[in-house]
Design a protein around this ligand. Structure first.
Ligand code: FAD
Length: 399
C-alpha cells in the first residue's frame, strides 16, 4: 500500500513540507509548481507555534535562526513618523522561549526547498489541466497536454487552488472575502531603516515596513476595498499608488520604486472555509483548503502542521487514503475553524474603519508594551499546539 505515487500541486510552504514527510514515511511524492522557479515575491511573516515543531523535526532550526530576523520592536507611528507605541517583539520572543521568528516567506520556502532538492522530483513551470479519477488511480493531464497516472493528488496550490476547483468546483463556494486587499514587494532601502520594523495605521488602510538583508525593505499594504478581480502587474501598481496617494509617514518613500519592481504580491484577503478537504483520491493542504489570511499571522505555521499531520496519517493508515484523509481533517479542522474566527475578529486592527476606531487603536498602542497587556493579548498566540495536545510528531523508521 505504501509505495504510492502522490502528486502534490504547489511548491509553497505546505507542498514542500508535505513532500518531505511523505518521502520520509516511504511514499513517492512528485511536486509540480506553476512558477518557473521558487517565487521571490515575499513578505515578512511571524513564524511560531506548530510549524516550528515540524521544522525542528525536519532539522531546520539552525536554518531558521540564520534566515530569521530579530527585530526588537514593531514600532507604530503617526503621520509625522513619531512613535505612538510599540510591540516589544523581544519580549514576545521570550514568552515563546525564543521559538518565534520573523522570516520572509521566500526564505522559509527556500529552506524547505533545499531540504528536499535532489531527493524528490520537483517540476517547475507546469500545472494540472484536468483530473480524472477511477477506481484505482487518478489520471492527470498537465498544461502541456501530457498525461500521467498517480495514486493520489494533493492540492497545496494556495488560496486560488486549481485542484480544489477541479475537485470541488468554483472558488466562490468556499471563498469568504473579508473586505480588504493586501500587497507587498521588495525594494532597495533608501531610508536607512537599519534593522527596524514599523507600522503606520490610517483610516481604512495600513502600511508596514521591514528592513531586510541586502539593504532592502519589504513594505506591505492592507486596504479596504470592494472585490477587484484578477489584476495584471501594471494594474496592481496603479491601484496601490491610487489607494495610498495621500498617505504620509514613510509611504511615499516606500512607494518610490514600485514602477521598477518585477513582482508585486497582491491579493484579496479571503478565507477558504470548507466542510471537507477531501473527495475520493484528492485532498487539500495549507491555504488551498483552509486559508486563514494574514490577519491570523499563522497561515504558514498551520500549513506546515497540516502537511505533517496528513503525511503522518497516511503512514499510520498504511497508505489507505480512505482512513488517512478523514483522520487528518479530524485532527485539524476544529483548530482551523477557531483560528479563522479569531482572524475575522482581529481584522479592524489592520485597517481601522473610521476616525474613532483609529483614535482608540492609537490609544491602545500606547500601552501595548506593558506586561499585563502583552500577557492578555499575546497569550492566545502562545497556546498549546496540536502537537502539545496529544498529537505527537513521531519519527518512525523509514520503510
Ligand atoms: C502579506 C501576508 C502576510 C502574512 N503573514 C503571515 C504571518 O505573519 N505568519 C504566517 O504564519 N502566515 C502569514 N501569512 C500567510 C501565509 O503566507 C500563508 O498562509 C502560507 O503561505 C500558505 O502556504 P501554502 O503553501 O498553503 O500556499 P502558498 O504560499 O500560496 O503556496 C502555493 C504554491 O502553489 C503554487 N501554485 C498556485 N497555483 C498553482 C497551480 N495551478 N499549479 C501548480 N502550482 C500552483 C504557487 O505558485 C505557490 O508556490 C501571510 C500572508 C500574507 C499575504
Amino acid at each position: 500500500m505504501k509505495n504510492k505515487k502522490i502528486l502534490i500541486s504547489g511548491a509553497g510552504i505546505a507542498g514542500l513540507t508535505l513532500a518531505y514527510w511523505l518521502k520520509h514515511f516511504g511514499f513517492e511524492p512528485v511536486v509540480i509548481e506553476r512558477s518557473k522557479s521558487l517565487r521571490n515575491e515575499g513578505y515578512m511573516m511571524d513564524f511560531f507555534g506548530p510549524g516550528i515543531q515540524v521544522a525542528k523535526a525536519m532539522g531546520l532550526e539552525k536554518e531558521l535562526e540564520k534566515k530569521g530576523y530579530l527585530f526588537d520592536r514593531f514600532v507604530v507611528i503617526n503621520d509625522h513618523q513619531k512613535e505612538l507605541g510599540h510591540v516589544p517583539l523581544d519580549e514576545i520572543r521570550k514568552m515563546f522561549d525564543k521559538r518565534y521568528y520573523s522570516i520572509m516567506r521566500g526564505d522559509l520556502e527556500e529552506i524547505l526547498y533545499k531540504k528536499i532538492k535532489g531527493k524528490i522530483e520537483i517540476r517547475f513551470n507546469t500545472s494540472i489541466k484536468t483530473l480524472k479519477e477511477n477506481a484505482k488511480s487518478v489520471s492527470v493531464t498537465f498544461k502541456d497536454g501530457k498525461k500521467e497516472r498517480f495514486d493520489l493528488v494533493v492540492g497545496a496550490d494556495g488560496i486560488h487552488s486549481k485542484v480544489r476547483e477541479l475537485t470541488f468546483g468554483d472558488e466562490k463556494q468556499f471563498s469568504h472575502f473579508l473586505g480588504y486587499y493586501v500587497a507587498a514587494f521588495i525594494v532597495p532601502d533608501q531610508m536607512d531603516l537599519g534593522d527596524k520594523a514599523y507600522l503606520y495605521p490610517e483610516v481604512g488602510r495600513s502600511t508596514g515596513i521591514y528592513a531586510i538583508r541586502g539593504k532592502k525593505i519589504a513594505p506591505f499594504f492592507v486596504f479596504k476595498s470592494k472585490p477587484l478581480g484578477r489584476l495584471s502587474i501594471e494594474e496592481r501598481k496603479r491601484i496601490l499608488k491610487e489607494q495610498f496617494a495621500d498617505s504620509k509617514a514613510f509611504v511615499p518613500e516606500a512607494m518610490k520604486d514600485i514602477d521598477v519592481v518585477d513582482e508585486v504580491f497582491f491579493d484579496e484577503v479571503s478565507q477558504i472555509r470548507m466542510t471537507t478537504w477531501h473527495k475520493g483520491r484528492m485532498t487539500l493542504v495549507g491555504d488551498a483548503g483552509a486559508c486563514l489570511t494574514l490577519l491570523a499571522g499563522q497561515g504558514s505555521t498551520m500549513a506546515m502542521a497540516e502537511a505533517y499531520v496528513l503525511a503522518n496519517e497516511m503512514n499510520q493508515a498504511g497508505g489507505d487514503h480512505e482512513v488517512a484523509y478523514p483522520a487528518y481533517e479530524q485532527a485539524l479542522k476544529p483548530i482551523i475553524k477557531k483560528k479563522q474566527k479569531e482572524a475575522v475578529a482581529f481584522s479592524d486592527t489592520f485597517a481601522p474603519p473610521g476616525r474613532f476606531s483609529l483614535w482608540l487603536y492609537r490609544l491602545f498602542v500606547r500601552i501595548m508594551h506593558r506586561p499585563f497587556v502583552l500577557n492578555r493579548f499575546f497569550r492566545n498566540f502562545n497556546e498549546p499546539t496540536v502537537f502539545d495536545e496529544g498529537y505527537l510528531i513521531k519519527m518512525p523508521k523509514k520503510n
